[in-house]
Design a protein around this ligand. Structure first.
Ligand code: XUL
Length: 520
Protein backbone atom coordinates (compact mmCIF):
# COMPACT_ATOMS: atom_id res chain seq x y z
CA UNK A 1 0.00 0.00 0.00
CA UNK A 2 2.66 2.58 -0.88
CA UNK A 3 1.40 6.14 -1.21
CA UNK A 4 2.81 8.90 -3.40
CA UNK A 5 2.09 12.63 -3.24
CA UNK A 6 2.00 15.06 -6.17
CA UNK A 7 1.57 18.83 -5.99
CA UNK A 8 0.57 21.30 -8.68
CA UNK A 9 1.40 24.92 -7.96
CA UNK A 10 -0.49 26.62 -10.78
CA UNK A 11 -1.23 30.30 -11.41
CA UNK A 12 -4.33 30.49 -9.23
CA UNK A 13 -4.15 27.55 -6.85
CA UNK A 14 -2.23 24.74 -5.19
CA UNK A 15 -3.51 21.18 -5.64
CA UNK A 16 -2.33 17.97 -3.99
CA UNK A 17 -3.08 14.43 -5.14
CA UNK A 18 -2.20 11.29 -3.15
CA UNK A 19 -2.19 7.96 -4.99
CA UNK A 20 -1.92 4.35 -3.92
CA UNK A 21 0.31 2.62 -6.48
CA UNK A 22 -0.76 -0.94 -5.55
CA UNK A 23 -4.45 -0.49 -6.21
CA UNK A 24 -3.85 2.24 -8.80
CA UNK A 25 -6.24 4.66 -7.23
CA UNK A 26 -6.41 8.24 -6.05
CA UNK A 27 -6.59 8.41 -2.24
CA UNK A 28 -7.09 12.17 -1.94
CA UNK A 29 -7.38 15.31 -4.06
CA UNK A 30 -7.29 18.64 -2.27
CA UNK A 31 -6.97 22.16 -3.69
CA UNK A 32 -7.20 25.78 -2.61
CA UNK A 33 -7.12 29.07 -4.45
CA UNK A 34 -4.57 31.73 -3.50
CA UNK A 35 -6.88 34.76 -3.79
CA UNK A 36 -9.46 33.23 -1.47
CA UNK A 37 -7.29 31.39 1.07
CA UNK A 38 -4.34 33.78 1.23
CA UNK A 39 -5.94 37.22 0.69
CA UNK A 40 -3.19 39.02 2.63
CA UNK A 41 -0.89 38.69 -0.38
CA UNK A 42 -3.27 40.82 -2.46
CA UNK A 43 -3.28 38.72 -5.65
CA UNK A 44 -6.02 38.69 -8.25
CA UNK A 45 -6.21 35.35 -10.10
CA UNK A 46 -2.87 34.56 -8.45
CA UNK A 47 -1.08 37.63 -9.81
CA UNK A 48 -0.26 40.97 -8.17
CA UNK A 49 -2.04 44.06 -9.52
CA UNK A 50 0.17 46.14 -11.79
CA UNK A 51 -0.08 49.57 -13.39
CA UNK A 52 1.41 48.15 -16.60
CA UNK A 53 -0.81 45.46 -18.18
CA UNK A 54 2.29 43.76 -19.60
CA UNK A 55 3.80 43.16 -16.15
CA UNK A 56 2.67 40.07 -14.18
CA UNK A 57 4.39 39.12 -10.93
CA UNK A 58 3.43 36.97 -7.94
CA UNK A 59 4.91 36.76 -4.42
CA UNK A 60 7.04 33.60 -3.97
CA UNK A 61 6.40 33.89 -0.23
CA UNK A 62 2.71 33.19 -0.98
CA UNK A 63 3.64 29.95 -2.77
CA UNK A 64 5.76 28.88 0.22
CA UNK A 65 2.92 29.78 2.59
CA UNK A 66 0.52 27.79 0.42
CA UNK A 67 2.79 24.73 0.64
CA UNK A 68 2.92 25.03 4.43
CA UNK A 69 -0.86 25.29 4.68
CA UNK A 70 -1.39 22.45 2.23
CA UNK A 71 0.89 20.13 4.21
CA UNK A 72 -1.08 20.97 7.36
CA UNK A 73 -4.33 20.25 5.50
CA UNK A 74 -2.96 16.91 4.27
CA UNK A 75 -1.94 15.91 7.80
CA UNK A 76 -5.53 16.49 8.90
CA UNK A 77 -6.90 14.32 6.11
CA UNK A 78 -4.52 11.37 5.63
CA UNK A 79 -1.67 9.55 7.38
CA UNK A 80 1.18 11.42 5.66
CA UNK A 81 3.79 9.14 7.26
CA UNK A 82 2.73 6.53 4.66
CA UNK A 83 3.88 8.71 1.76
CA UNK A 84 6.99 7.15 0.21
CA UNK A 85 7.88 9.90 -2.26
CA UNK A 86 6.74 13.36 -3.33
CA UNK A 87 7.06 15.30 -6.56
CA UNK A 88 5.43 18.35 -8.02
CA UNK A 89 4.51 20.48 -10.98
CA UNK A 90 4.59 24.25 -11.17
CA UNK A 91 3.58 27.01 -13.55
CA UNK A 92 6.38 27.27 -16.09
CA UNK A 93 8.90 30.05 -16.83
CA UNK A 94 8.50 32.05 -13.57
CA UNK A 95 11.70 32.75 -11.63
CA UNK A 96 12.55 33.13 -7.93
CA UNK A 97 15.60 35.12 -6.77
CA UNK A 98 17.44 34.17 -3.56
CA UNK A 99 20.06 36.17 -1.66
CA UNK A 100 21.96 33.10 -0.51
CA UNK A 101 21.97 29.35 -1.12
CA UNK A 102 18.65 27.91 0.07
CA UNK A 103 20.26 25.64 2.68
CA UNK A 104 21.50 28.64 4.67
CA UNK A 105 17.89 29.71 5.30
CA UNK A 106 16.01 26.43 5.04
CA UNK A 107 18.52 24.35 6.98
CA UNK A 108 17.68 26.02 10.27
CA UNK A 109 13.92 26.37 10.31
CA UNK A 110 11.91 26.07 13.51
CA UNK A 111 9.13 23.51 13.02
CA UNK A 112 6.91 25.26 15.57
CA UNK A 113 6.71 28.42 13.44
CA UNK A 114 5.20 28.94 10.01
CA UNK A 115 7.44 28.76 6.96
CA UNK A 116 6.40 32.20 5.72
CA UNK A 117 7.37 33.78 9.06
CA UNK A 118 10.92 32.49 8.71
CA UNK A 119 11.94 32.85 5.07
CA UNK A 120 10.97 36.42 4.14
CA UNK A 121 14.64 37.44 4.17
CA UNK A 122 15.73 34.82 1.63
CA UNK A 123 14.60 36.74 -1.47
CA UNK A 124 16.72 39.28 -3.36
CA UNK A 125 13.60 40.12 -5.35
CA UNK A 126 10.35 40.01 -3.38
CA UNK A 127 8.20 39.26 -6.42
CA UNK A 128 8.60 36.71 -9.21
CA UNK A 129 7.82 37.45 -12.85
CA UNK A 130 5.35 34.76 -14.00
CA UNK A 131 4.36 33.32 -17.38
CA UNK A 132 1.72 36.02 -18.00
CA UNK A 133 4.40 38.74 -18.04
CA UNK A 134 4.97 40.09 -21.55
CA UNK A 135 7.01 43.19 -20.67
CA UNK A 136 10.30 41.96 -22.16
CA UNK A 137 9.93 42.49 -25.92
CA UNK A 138 13.13 44.60 -26.01
CA UNK A 139 15.10 41.93 -24.13
CA UNK A 140 13.81 39.22 -26.52
CA UNK A 141 15.01 41.30 -29.48
CA UNK A 142 18.45 41.71 -27.91
CA UNK A 143 18.78 37.97 -27.17
CA UNK A 144 17.63 37.09 -30.67
CA UNK A 145 20.17 39.45 -32.22
CA UNK A 146 23.01 38.03 -30.08
CA UNK A 147 22.16 34.42 -30.95
CA UNK A 148 21.67 34.92 -34.71
CA UNK A 149 17.93 35.34 -35.29
CA UNK A 150 14.63 33.60 -34.43
CA UNK A 151 15.42 30.33 -36.23
CA UNK A 152 18.82 30.06 -34.58
CA UNK A 153 17.35 30.60 -31.08
CA UNK A 154 14.62 28.03 -31.78
CA UNK A 155 17.10 25.45 -33.09
CA UNK A 156 19.37 25.94 -30.08
CA UNK A 157 16.81 26.14 -27.28
CA UNK A 158 13.55 24.71 -28.70
CA UNK A 159 11.73 28.07 -28.88
CA UNK A 160 12.38 31.49 -30.35
CA UNK A 161 12.85 34.14 -27.63
CA UNK A 162 9.52 34.60 -25.80
CA UNK A 163 8.66 37.41 -23.40
CA UNK A 164 7.64 35.09 -20.56
CA UNK A 165 10.67 32.81 -20.86
CA UNK A 166 13.19 33.15 -18.07
CA UNK A 167 16.14 34.44 -20.14
CA UNK A 168 14.35 37.64 -21.16
CA UNK A 169 13.04 38.11 -17.61
CA UNK A 170 16.51 37.69 -16.06
CA UNK A 171 18.04 40.04 -18.63
CA UNK A 172 15.48 42.71 -17.73
CA UNK A 173 16.12 42.31 -14.00
CA UNK A 174 19.92 42.32 -14.35
CA UNK A 175 19.90 45.49 -16.45
CA UNK A 176 17.18 47.41 -14.57
CA UNK A 177 18.23 46.45 -11.05
CA UNK A 178 21.92 45.59 -11.33
CA UNK A 179 22.46 45.89 -7.54
CA UNK A 180 19.76 43.35 -6.70
CA UNK A 181 21.01 41.03 -9.46
CA UNK A 182 24.51 41.30 -7.99
CA UNK A 183 23.07 40.38 -4.58
CA UNK A 184 21.36 37.29 -6.04
CA UNK A 185 23.10 33.99 -5.30
CA UNK A 186 20.48 31.62 -6.82
CA UNK A 187 17.81 31.92 -9.48
CA UNK A 188 15.26 29.12 -9.38
CA UNK A 189 12.33 28.30 -11.58
CA UNK A 190 9.10 27.96 -9.61
CA UNK A 191 9.45 24.17 -9.84
CA UNK A 192 12.98 23.96 -8.40
CA UNK A 193 12.13 26.60 -5.78
CA UNK A 194 9.25 24.49 -4.47
CA UNK A 195 11.40 21.33 -4.48
CA UNK A 196 14.07 23.30 -2.58
CA UNK A 197 11.52 24.19 0.11
CA UNK A 198 10.73 20.51 0.56
CA UNK A 199 14.33 19.27 0.80
CA UNK A 200 15.68 22.29 2.71
CA UNK A 201 18.47 22.95 0.17
CA UNK A 202 18.82 24.09 -3.46
CA UNK A 203 17.19 21.50 -5.72
CA UNK A 204 18.33 20.95 -9.31
CA UNK A 205 16.15 21.56 -12.35
CA UNK A 206 15.25 18.94 -14.93
CA UNK A 207 15.17 19.28 -18.73
CA UNK A 208 11.40 19.62 -19.27
CA UNK A 209 10.99 22.77 -17.18
CA UNK A 210 14.53 24.06 -17.92
CA UNK A 211 13.64 24.16 -21.62
CA UNK A 212 11.16 26.95 -20.83
CA UNK A 213 14.04 29.35 -20.23
CA UNK A 214 15.63 29.89 -23.71
CA UNK A 215 18.85 29.05 -21.83
CA UNK A 216 19.07 25.26 -22.17
CA UNK A 217 20.49 23.46 -25.20
CA UNK A 218 17.62 21.29 -26.45
CA UNK A 219 20.02 18.60 -27.68
CA UNK A 220 22.32 18.52 -24.64
CA UNK A 221 19.82 19.23 -21.82
CA UNK A 222 22.49 21.47 -20.29
CA UNK A 223 22.86 25.23 -19.95
CA UNK A 224 24.08 26.84 -23.15
CA UNK A 225 27.01 29.26 -22.73
CA UNK A 226 26.03 31.47 -25.68
CA UNK A 227 22.52 31.97 -24.27
CA UNK A 228 23.79 32.54 -20.70
CA UNK A 229 26.32 35.12 -21.93
CA UNK A 230 23.67 36.93 -23.95
CA UNK A 231 21.41 37.15 -20.88
CA UNK A 232 23.29 38.38 -17.79
CA UNK A 233 26.78 38.37 -16.22
CA UNK A 234 27.92 35.26 -14.33
CA UNK A 235 24.53 33.63 -14.81
CA UNK A 236 25.77 30.04 -14.78
CA UNK A 237 26.92 30.47 -11.14
CA UNK A 238 23.43 31.55 -10.18
CA UNK A 239 21.41 28.77 -11.85
CA UNK A 240 20.79 25.31 -10.39
CA UNK A 241 22.31 22.39 -12.32
CA UNK A 242 20.04 20.42 -14.68
CA UNK A 243 19.67 16.76 -13.67
CA UNK A 244 17.43 13.92 -14.85
CA UNK A 245 13.64 14.34 -14.70
CA UNK A 246 13.16 11.20 -12.66
CA UNK A 247 16.05 11.88 -10.27
CA UNK A 248 15.60 11.79 -6.51
CA UNK A 249 16.80 15.23 -5.37
CA UNK A 250 16.78 14.54 -1.63
CA UNK A 251 14.61 13.50 1.31
CA UNK A 252 11.91 15.66 2.84
CA UNK A 253 13.53 18.05 5.34
CA UNK A 254 13.37 17.69 9.10
CA UNK A 255 11.18 20.81 9.27
CA UNK A 256 8.30 19.05 7.44
CA UNK A 257 8.75 15.78 9.31
CA UNK A 258 8.42 17.50 12.66
CA UNK A 259 5.81 20.01 11.59
CA UNK A 260 3.47 17.72 9.67
CA UNK A 261 4.42 14.13 10.51
CA UNK A 262 5.96 13.09 7.21
CA UNK A 263 8.23 10.03 7.29
CA UNK A 264 11.45 9.73 5.34
CA UNK A 265 9.85 10.52 1.96
CA UNK A 266 12.04 10.89 -1.12
CA UNK A 267 11.59 14.03 -3.17
CA UNK A 268 11.71 13.53 -6.95
CA UNK A 269 12.61 16.52 -9.15
CA UNK A 270 9.67 18.86 -9.78
CA UNK A 271 8.80 19.77 -13.36
CA UNK A 272 6.56 22.23 -15.20
CA UNK A 273 2.77 21.88 -15.10
CA UNK A 274 2.44 21.03 -18.78
CA UNK A 275 5.17 18.33 -18.80
CA UNK A 276 3.59 16.89 -15.66
CA UNK A 277 0.17 16.84 -17.34
CA UNK A 278 1.70 14.83 -20.18
CA UNK A 279 2.30 12.09 -17.59
CA UNK A 280 -1.02 12.64 -15.78
CA UNK A 281 -2.86 12.18 -19.08
CA UNK A 282 -0.89 9.08 -20.04
CA UNK A 283 0.64 10.47 -23.23
CA UNK A 284 3.50 8.03 -23.68
CA UNK A 285 3.42 7.60 -27.48
CA UNK A 286 4.34 9.86 -30.41
CA UNK A 287 1.27 11.31 -32.12
CA UNK A 288 -0.87 11.48 -28.95
CA UNK A 289 -2.20 14.95 -28.18
CA UNK A 290 -3.74 16.62 -25.13
CA UNK A 291 -5.37 19.87 -24.22
CA UNK A 292 -5.13 21.52 -20.84
CA UNK A 293 -7.93 24.02 -20.25
CA UNK A 294 -6.53 25.96 -17.30
CA UNK A 295 -5.70 29.61 -16.66
CA UNK A 296 -3.79 29.22 -19.92
CA UNK A 297 -4.98 26.76 -22.57
CA UNK A 298 -2.18 24.55 -23.85
CA UNK A 299 -2.05 21.86 -26.50
CA UNK A 300 0.82 19.42 -26.32
CA UNK A 301 2.10 15.92 -27.01
CA UNK A 302 5.26 13.85 -27.33
CA UNK A 303 7.31 14.70 -30.42
CA UNK A 304 10.69 13.96 -31.98
CA UNK A 305 13.65 16.32 -32.08
CA UNK A 306 12.97 17.27 -35.70
CA UNK A 307 9.75 19.05 -34.61
CA UNK A 308 11.92 22.02 -33.68
CA UNK A 309 12.11 22.84 -37.40
CA UNK A 310 8.31 23.24 -37.56
CA UNK A 311 7.72 24.91 -34.19
CA UNK A 312 7.12 28.46 -35.44
CA UNK A 313 4.01 28.87 -33.31
CA UNK A 314 5.23 27.21 -30.16
CA UNK A 315 7.84 25.26 -28.33
CA UNK A 316 9.73 22.02 -28.14
CA UNK A 317 10.52 21.16 -24.53
CA UNK A 318 12.34 18.22 -23.01
CA UNK A 319 9.86 15.58 -21.92
CA UNK A 320 9.70 14.18 -18.38
CA UNK A 321 9.43 10.68 -19.85
CA UNK A 322 12.52 11.16 -22.05
CA UNK A 323 12.74 12.63 -25.54
CA UNK A 324 10.80 15.80 -26.34
CA UNK A 325 7.33 17.31 -26.21
CA UNK A 326 5.70 19.94 -28.42
CA UNK A 327 3.54 22.66 -26.89
CA UNK A 328 1.52 25.70 -27.91
CA UNK A 329 0.29 28.05 -25.19
CA UNK A 330 -2.67 30.45 -25.27
CA UNK A 331 -2.74 33.01 -22.45
CA UNK A 332 -6.48 33.62 -22.91
CA UNK A 333 -7.76 30.31 -21.57
CA UNK A 334 -9.86 30.39 -18.40
CA UNK A 335 -8.85 34.03 -17.98
CA UNK A 336 -10.96 34.86 -21.02
CA UNK A 337 -13.77 32.39 -20.17
CA UNK A 338 -14.05 33.91 -16.68
CA UNK A 339 -13.99 37.44 -18.12
CA UNK A 340 -16.87 36.74 -20.55
CA UNK A 341 -18.84 34.85 -17.88
CA UNK A 342 -18.54 37.84 -15.51
CA UNK A 343 -19.13 40.47 -18.20
CA UNK A 344 -22.61 39.00 -18.81
CA UNK A 345 -23.32 38.35 -15.11
CA UNK A 346 -23.41 34.56 -15.61
CA UNK A 347 -22.39 31.56 -13.52
CA UNK A 348 -20.91 28.46 -15.21
CA UNK A 349 -24.36 26.87 -15.65
CA UNK A 350 -25.62 30.02 -17.34
CA UNK A 351 -22.50 30.14 -19.53
CA UNK A 352 -23.01 26.51 -20.58
CA UNK A 353 -26.69 26.87 -21.29
CA UNK A 354 -26.09 29.92 -23.54
CA UNK A 355 -23.38 27.94 -25.33
CA UNK A 356 -25.68 24.94 -25.87
CA UNK A 357 -28.52 27.14 -27.13
CA UNK A 358 -26.62 28.93 -29.90
CA UNK A 359 -25.91 27.33 -33.28
CA UNK A 360 -22.54 25.86 -34.30
CA UNK A 361 -20.86 28.45 -36.51
CA UNK A 362 -22.72 31.29 -34.72
CA UNK A 363 -24.19 32.59 -38.03
CA UNK A 364 -20.72 33.76 -39.06
CA UNK A 365 -19.89 35.80 -35.95
CA UNK A 366 -16.19 35.80 -34.98
CA UNK A 367 -14.27 36.78 -31.86
CA UNK A 368 -10.53 37.02 -31.25
CA UNK A 369 -10.48 36.32 -27.49
CA UNK A 370 -7.59 38.60 -26.50
CA UNK A 371 -8.95 39.72 -23.12
CA UNK A 372 -5.35 39.76 -21.81
CA UNK A 373 -2.16 40.06 -23.88
CA UNK A 374 -1.90 36.89 -25.97
CA UNK A 375 1.05 34.53 -26.38
CA UNK A 376 -0.17 32.71 -29.53
CA UNK A 377 -0.20 34.70 -31.72
CA UNK A 378 1.88 37.37 -29.97
CA UNK A 379 -0.42 40.27 -29.02
CA UNK A 380 0.92 42.64 -26.36
CA UNK A 381 -1.97 45.12 -26.71
CA UNK A 382 -4.97 43.30 -25.23
CA UNK A 383 -8.57 43.79 -26.38
CA UNK A 384 -11.37 41.54 -27.66
CA UNK A 385 -11.93 41.88 -31.43
CA UNK A 386 -15.40 41.07 -32.85
CA UNK A 387 -16.78 40.63 -36.37
CA UNK A 388 -20.49 40.35 -37.15
CA UNK A 389 -21.19 40.35 -33.42
CA UNK A 390 -22.79 42.90 -31.12
CA UNK A 391 -21.15 43.15 -27.68
CA UNK A 392 -24.61 43.18 -26.07
CA UNK A 393 -25.64 39.69 -27.25
CA UNK A 394 -24.58 37.41 -24.36
CA UNK A 395 -25.34 34.06 -26.03
CA UNK A 396 -23.53 34.79 -29.27
CA UNK A 397 -20.54 36.25 -27.37
CA UNK A 398 -20.23 33.13 -25.22
CA UNK A 399 -20.27 30.95 -28.36
CA UNK A 400 -17.94 33.25 -30.29
CA UNK A 401 -15.45 33.09 -27.42
CA UNK A 402 -15.43 29.29 -27.20
CA UNK A 403 -15.35 28.88 -31.00
CA UNK A 404 -12.60 31.51 -31.27
CA UNK A 405 -10.48 29.69 -28.69
CA UNK A 406 -10.98 26.34 -30.45
CA UNK A 407 -10.18 27.84 -33.89
CA UNK A 408 -6.99 29.43 -32.55
CA UNK A 409 -5.94 26.10 -31.01
CA UNK A 410 -6.60 24.24 -34.26
CA UNK A 411 -4.82 26.76 -36.49
CA UNK A 412 -1.74 27.17 -34.36
CA UNK A 413 -1.25 23.50 -33.49
CA UNK A 414 -1.17 22.08 -37.02
CA UNK A 415 2.59 21.63 -36.76
CA UNK A 416 2.07 19.34 -33.75
CA UNK A 417 -0.88 17.34 -34.99
CA UNK A 418 -1.81 17.79 -38.65
CA UNK A 419 -4.39 15.01 -38.52
CA UNK A 420 -5.52 14.50 -34.96
CA UNK A 421 -8.07 11.74 -34.25
CA UNK A 422 -8.34 11.89 -30.46
CA UNK A 423 -7.54 14.53 -27.87
CA UNK A 424 -7.22 13.96 -24.12
CA UNK A 425 -8.40 16.87 -22.06
CA UNK A 426 -7.75 18.13 -18.53
CA UNK A 427 -8.06 21.34 -16.50
CA UNK A 428 -10.99 23.12 -14.84
CA UNK A 429 -12.93 23.81 -18.05
CA UNK A 430 -12.75 20.14 -19.08
CA UNK A 431 -15.88 19.54 -16.99
CA UNK A 432 -17.89 21.71 -19.42
CA UNK A 433 -19.45 19.41 -22.02
CA UNK A 434 -20.46 22.26 -24.32
CA UNK A 435 -16.86 23.47 -24.52
CA UNK A 436 -15.67 19.92 -25.28
CA UNK A 437 -18.26 19.55 -28.07
CA UNK A 438 -17.02 22.71 -29.79
CA UNK A 439 -13.43 21.45 -29.55
CA UNK A 440 -14.39 18.01 -30.91
CA UNK A 441 -16.26 19.63 -33.81
CA UNK A 442 -13.54 22.15 -34.70
CA UNK A 443 -10.80 19.48 -34.64
CA UNK A 444 -13.03 16.80 -36.19
CA UNK A 445 -11.72 14.48 -33.46
CA UNK A 446 -12.92 12.57 -30.39
CA UNK A 447 -12.33 14.45 -27.14
CA UNK A 448 -11.63 12.21 -24.15
CA UNK A 449 -12.29 13.47 -20.66
CA UNK A 450 -10.23 11.92 -17.89
CA UNK A 451 -11.41 10.87 -14.43
CA UNK A 452 -9.33 13.57 -12.73
CA UNK A 453 -9.31 17.13 -14.01
CA UNK A 454 -6.01 17.66 -12.12
CA UNK A 455 -3.66 15.97 -14.58
CA UNK A 456 -0.65 18.06 -13.50
CA UNK A 457 -0.91 17.01 -9.83
CA UNK A 458 -1.78 13.42 -10.75
CA UNK A 459 1.22 13.37 -13.11
CA UNK A 460 3.40 14.58 -10.24
CA UNK A 461 2.19 11.75 -7.99
CA UNK A 462 2.85 9.21 -10.76
CA UNK A 463 6.32 10.74 -11.31
CA UNK A 464 6.99 10.41 -7.57
CA UNK A 465 6.19 6.69 -7.82
CA UNK A 466 8.22 6.20 -11.01
CA UNK A 467 11.24 8.08 -9.58
CA UNK A 468 11.06 6.27 -6.24
CA UNK A 469 10.89 2.88 -7.97
CA UNK A 470 14.01 3.73 -10.02
CA UNK A 471 15.87 5.01 -6.95
CA UNK A 472 14.94 1.82 -5.05
CA UNK A 473 16.41 -0.38 -7.81
CA UNK A 474 13.05 -1.67 -9.11
CA UNK A 475 12.30 0.62 -12.09
CA UNK A 476 8.91 0.58 -13.79
CA UNK A 477 8.04 1.39 -17.43
CA UNK A 478 6.11 4.60 -18.09
CA UNK A 479 3.21 2.84 -19.79
CA UNK A 480 2.87 0.63 -16.72
CA UNK A 481 3.03 3.60 -14.33
CA UNK A 482 0.29 5.56 -16.11
CA UNK A 483 -2.01 2.60 -16.85
CA UNK A 484 -5.37 2.67 -15.03
CA UNK A 485 -4.70 6.18 -13.64
CA UNK A 486 -5.21 7.68 -17.07
CA UNK A 487 -8.13 5.79 -18.58
CA UNK A 488 -10.63 8.16 -20.20
CA UNK A 489 -13.90 8.50 -18.31
CA UNK A 490 -16.02 9.70 -21.20
CA UNK A 491 -15.76 10.61 -24.86
CA UNK A 492 -17.34 13.42 -26.90
CA UNK A 493 -17.45 12.65 -30.63
CA UNK A 494 -17.38 15.21 -33.41
CA UNK A 495 -20.60 16.08 -35.25
CA UNK A 496 -19.68 15.71 -38.95
CA UNK A 497 -22.01 18.50 -40.13
CA UNK A 498 -20.51 20.91 -37.61
CA UNK A 499 -16.98 19.90 -38.55
CA UNK A 500 -17.57 20.85 -42.20
CA UNK A 501 -19.08 24.18 -41.12
CA UNK A 502 -16.02 24.82 -38.96
CA UNK A 503 -13.68 23.95 -41.83
CA UNK A 504 -14.96 27.06 -43.61
CA UNK A 505 -14.95 29.06 -40.40
CA UNK A 506 -11.28 28.27 -39.77
CA UNK A 507 -10.39 30.07 -43.01
CA UNK A 508 -12.48 33.08 -42.00
CA UNK A 509 -10.94 33.10 -38.54
CA UNK A 510 -7.42 32.87 -39.94
CA UNK A 511 -8.03 35.83 -42.27
CA UNK A 512 -9.62 37.89 -39.48
CA UNK A 513 -6.70 37.13 -37.16
CA UNK A 514 -4.17 38.11 -39.85
CA UNK A 515 -6.06 41.36 -40.52
CA UNK A 516 -6.13 42.30 -36.83
CA UNK A 517 -2.46 41.41 -36.32
CA UNK A 518 -1.52 43.69 -39.21
CA UNK A 519 -3.33 46.57 -37.54
CA UNK A 520 -1.46 46.21 -34.24
C1 XUL B 1 3.38 27.23 -20.89
C2 XUL B 1 2.88 28.37 -20.09
C3 XUL B 1 1.70 28.17 -19.21
C4 XUL B 1 2.08 28.00 -17.76
C5 XUL B 1 0.82 27.99 -16.93
O1 XUL B 1 4.42 27.57 -21.73
O2 XUL B 1 3.41 29.45 -20.12
O3 XUL B 1 0.93 27.07 -19.64
O4 XUL B 1 2.86 26.85 -17.59
O5 XUL B 1 1.00 27.56 -15.65
Amino acid sequence: MPWYLGFDLSTQSLTAVVIDSDIRSVVLEHAFAFDRELPAYGTHAGVLPSGDPRVAHAPPLMWADALDRMCAALRERVDVSRIRAISGAAQQHGSVYLVRPAKETLGKLDASRSLADQIGGMFSRPTSPVWLDCSTTAQCAALTASLGGDRAVARLTGSRAYERFTAAQIRKFASQDAGAYEATARIHLVSSFMASLLIGADAPLEPADASGTNLMGLGSSQWLDAALDATAPALRDRLPPIGASSAAVGRIAEFWRRRCGFGDARVIAWTGDNPSSLVGLGLTRLGEVALSLGTSDTIFGPCDYAAVERADDGHVFGSPIGGWMALVCFANGSLAREHVRDAYGLDWDGFSSLLMNTPAGNDGALMLPWVAPEITPTVTLAGIRRRGLSASDAGRNVRALVEGQACAMRLHSRWIAPDVRAIRVTGGASVNRGVLQVIADVFGADVMRMRSSNAAALGAAIRAWHGDAAASGAPIEWHEAVARFTEPESRVSANGAHTSRYRAMLKEYEAFERECLQQL
